[in-house]
Design a binder for this molecule. Sequence first.
Ligand code: TXA
Ligand code: MG
Length: 360
Amino acid sequence: MYKHTKLLKVDPEQFCAEELNEACRILLNGGLVAFPTETVYGLGGDALRAEAAEKIYAAKGRPSDNPLIVHIAEKDSLSEVTSEIPEKAKKLMDAFWPGPLTIIFKKCERVPLSTTGGLETVAVRMPVHPVAMELIRSSGVLLAAPSANTSGRPSPTKAEHVMEDLEGRVDMVIDGGPVGIGLESTIIDMTEKTPVILRPGYITKAMLESVIGEVAVDPALLKKPDGHIVAKAPGMKYRHYAPKGSMYIVEGQQENVAERINQLIKEHRDRGERAAVIAAKESESCYPLEIVHCIGSRKNEGSIAAGLYDILRKMDEIGAEYIYAESFREDKLGAAIMNRMLKAAGYQKIYADRSGEERR
Ligand code: TXA
Ligand code: MG
């Protein structure tokens, strides 16, 4: 069903609460408002009303077994969604909230199963973005908010991305400019004896361990899903973030990577196929100008995270049939960057240091 989507521009550095009045009214009436957070744009609805969650699934075209994150603006609100807060979770909240960390708790009865995708646990996050915080505070509504993209598309890092996907399907989009981080929050499950990272993000394993000691990583994150290991965050099992073209991550010494990519591009050109390259600033000049897209600098991982989803969307805009991406270090924020890139590529890799048949 088509509805008019209102676009509201708000300057995150300088706005007053009244500017959000209409957005608050929509939320209080059970409607949907997309809003900026520090990670990606979210699609918000009342987390404690089953029908709002159902509207979110419908607008995104998202499978309803994929649970939503509940966004709060004050730590005290946690008592509305869980009655069990483990000691270690308190330490994480003190260290990283507000900020890009989602924590999984046992849910209490008030939280509808449609919000949690049928699970007895609930994911909670306190965003640090001023517009997100003010929206939750002024409306008094705890916001169930998945990323504001159509299911399967890259998460939105600008309001334009949200409009591309959801115009006509939601009541309002609040445009607060481009987000800061550009990758979704880290998710940690605190309902297990050893806490487990279910999705890597800006808050790294080392940062978490410096506060609560040993933290495990969901084994499903480290390799291609094969049916034996199932991701504990239901959303991680879907092919996400994916551009329409066939994407490959090319690994190896930089000069071998550039040589292999250029050779593949030539082959595509000879066949009349449209190929594109995703490269770091330091090496973009190794590729033909008209098909290379700069993702950010290797000296600043944050710039790569912030540029990733915009570039993946651009690949669809230009109709790239084949996409070759340079690979990045997997430590620190790199773990989250490579996790999203590998998913976007459907885990297809090319090893440029070896010769012969090595596409997999
Ligand atoms: O940065 C973010 O987290 C953004 C912004 C808008 O806050 N939100 C976001 O939501 O990325 P979404 O719905 O795109 O991703 C939520 C992920 C999914 O993979 C989902 O399966 C997982 O969190 N999740 C939610 N509740 C869960 C639960 N109770 N147990 C395990 N995984 C859960
Ligand atoms: Mg998402």
